[in-house]
Ligand binder design. Sequence first.
Ligand code: M6R
Length: 366
Amino acid sequence: EKGGYEHYMLKEIHEQPDVLARTLEGRLRPDTGDVDLGGEGWEDSDLANVERVQVVACGTALHAGYIARYMIEGLAGVPVDIDFASEFRYRDPRLVKNTMALAISQSGETADTLAALRLARDLGARPTSICNVVGSTVMRESSATLLTEAGPEIGVASTKAFVAQVVAAYLLALRMGRANGRISREQGREMIEELKRLRARMETVLAPEAVEHIRELADRHRNVKGFFFLGRGINFPIALEGALKLKEISYMHAEGYPAGEMKHGPIALIEPDLTTVVVNSIGGVSEKSRSNIEQVKARGGRVIAVGSDRQSHEIAEEAVVVPESSEWLSPVLNVIPLQLLAYHIADLRGCDIDKPRNLAKSVTVE
Ligand code: M6R
């Protein structure tokens, strides 16, 4: 059932192009430059008057939520707040009228996410979700759910569910922007075209020689003291996700930061025995991240550049080349090498990849 792969995690990483295809299936409407999210509650009348989106989630799903924030604000022009579900539920949050609460959850059973969604609903928000399990509690308690089509995820470290959540967030941003008029039919069509080009690009990142290259990187860096992941803009959450994946399955110390925060403390960690991964694709902030690479190098740190920004590859001593795409979708491509890096480091260190210590697949109690 592992389909010839040594671990579920590796199988699930390789399933991601299919997950993308399934999450898009039947939903694209190129004629109107729009998407059909399936199910009820995603009509123009449900979305056109949304004044604010409040995202609540945990762990990897929260990282997808940060990406959703960039997409919904940048494409649909709607302000987005996001919080750890566990913090939201014990604060005294204030919601403006016409808030759409958006829970993101693979399982749909995470205790904090569910409690946060219920609280937002009690405060007058409309409860909605991006979820992978039909009939889950989060789905039943939402007035609209965008289902991800990742299929059952067995590996405790979430991979394919994350990619499906990010693609779902892009679809939601497109639908909201079409509903409120911020996205034109022509722009909607171009966004759909970009989605259609994504599968082949994902396959490039997963090609045998690309995977082998990452295994070699993993081998060279598997005994360093720790890892530091940096990214900006829509790839800042990918830095968080790269660090989380590595911690979860290899038990190595890893920190994920927005690159601009580096000088506010974490730069003190830089030394030759700490590897810095800078996620940088071509886009509005790539020049800024390039200068972060220079700064790490100037302090004697080793840098691996990951993304489509070629100039970063020239500055860093090691690189993972990722195909160019629209900046909005670059996180989908950039996360894959980081999943593989965590996987191979954990494998080379002899860790129990599918069942990492101290972790449960679904956190249904606090
Ligand atoms: O089922 P959920 O998406 O609500 O789960 C949320 C987190 O518990 C989950 O993403 C966790 O962080 C994973 N182990 C990450 O790999």
